[in-house]
Design a protein around this ligand. Structure first.
Ligand SMILES: Nc1ncnc2c1ncn2[C@@H]1O[C@H](COP(=O)(O)OP(=O)(O)OP(=O)(O)O)[C@@H](O)[C@H]1O
Ligand SMILES: Cc1cn([C@H]2C[C@H](O)[C@@H](COP(=O)(O)O)O2)c(=O)[nH]c1=O
Length: 204
């Protein structure tokens, strides 16, 4: 089996992606792989600057979509594509599925417009494997509230996150083989065990 080389972590805010990224990186490194851990929006100086704007400045939904895809193109050209060409493993905290989920599902930007941006900015390249952490939006909100102050997305009402979840599900249905669904509701340890099993199924 070909091990997935480009792996994304997705889910609504507070589902627990970040909690499990470091352990995943350690698991892959233990096999001898060279791993690049990165995030979106972000991963380059310019993309991190765009992240600050998108997370904290009020703006029109299409402008928001254009900025996250501009950040993605910078990140793709400077970080992700070169690492893949060097045969390294890329662990990415969110990629284009997040734009379909948040700008598409959450904000109502047309799916077809997002598909054009995806083709335009990264040639339609998707991760080889997407680990989708699923959690009830009300529980995710409780976890976030206990952990940190909300940004523009985290301050949205529950219905926004239900739409984001539904758009993730639409992306999953468009490429079912790419997704592994991780039930993020149980304890950190139990979620970690599901994640380890998913990685093992995929050859890691
Ligand atoms: N399985 C779990 N049970 C209870 N709390 C958890 C669990 N997993 C993570 N948490 C806690 O929930 C909070 C959110 O987790 P984390 O930051 O990993 O989520 P995230 O999906 O990366 O969020 P974001 O996408 O907004 O960065 C943290 O305080 C974390 O410690
Ligand atoms: C890639 C991407 C991200 N977002 C949103 C989703 C989150 O609310 C933030 C990023 O915060 P995180 O704590 O690093 O997960 O940005 C988005 O709306 N569109 C995107 O394409």
């Amino acid at each position: 089996m070909n091990r997935p080389q480009f792996i994304s972590f997705e889910g609504i805010d507070g589902a627990g992606k970040s909690t499990h990224l470091a352990a995943t990186e350690a698991r892959l490194r233990a096999t001898g792989a060279t791993v690049v851990r990165t995030r979106e929006p972000g991963g380059t100086v310019l993309a991190e600057t765009l992240r600050e704007l998108v997370l904290h400045q009020r703006m029109d939904a299409l402008s928001e979509a254009l900025l996250v895809f501009a950040a993605r193109r910078e990140h793709w050209l400077d970080v992700v594509q070169p690492a893949l060409q060097r045969s390294e493993v890329v662990l990415c905290d969110r990629f284009a599925d997040a734009s379909f989920a948040y700008q598409g599902g959450g904000r109502g930007v047309a799916w077809e417009q997002l598909q054009v941006l995806e083709r335009w900015t990264v040639g339609g390249r998707t991760p080889d494997l997407t680990l989708w952490f699923t959690l009830d939006p009300a529980e995710a909100a409780r976890r976030r509230a206990a952990a940190r102050e909300a940004d523009r997305f985290e301050a949205q009402e529950l219905d926004f996150f239900h739409r984001v979840h539904a758009a993730y599900e639409r992306r999953r249905q468009e490429s079912p083989d790419r997704f592994e669904c991780i039930d993020a509701a149980p304890s950190v340890q139990a979620v970690g065990e599901q994640l380890a099993a998913a990685l093992q199924r995929r050859g890691w």
